[in-house]
Design a protein around this ligand. Sequence first.
Ligand SMILES: [Zn+2]
Ligand SMILES: [Zn+2]
Length: 136
Amino acid sequence: MQSNYKTKTRNAIIEYLKDNEDKRFTARDIAEGLEESDVEINRSTIYRNLERLCAEGKLVKYKESDINATCYQYTEGHESCNKHMHAQCEICGQIIHLENDIFQNLGEDARKEYGIEIDYGKTIIICRCSKCKKIK
Ligand SMILES: [Zn+2]
Ligand SMILES: [Zn+2]
């Protein structure tokens, strides 16, 4: 049952991401995490599923410079993360969804001024969140 296997794989990945919500992952972390569960999934299937979830806007994908790797993060309740930008706190790693008009306009302006198309699902602005800002 090919389609059954596909659904099972996808669900296992989503379940895993949900259990570890608000943490960042590399594809390898996810693969290793899933190996510990009893679902058997090969790595290329995991990569393919992660790419699809990103395209659907269910996952945020970004390049993490301190570990030089592509990271993924799942955030419950956000279904269109490919349509807005994100900021990440450099202290606690929290992802903030910049769904406000300011950032939508920024995308518009960038298009007009520079002729560039910002890929929202892959764009992370480094910041300090309101909690970490207070820590000196
Ligand atoms: Zn988002
Ligand atoms: Zn923070």
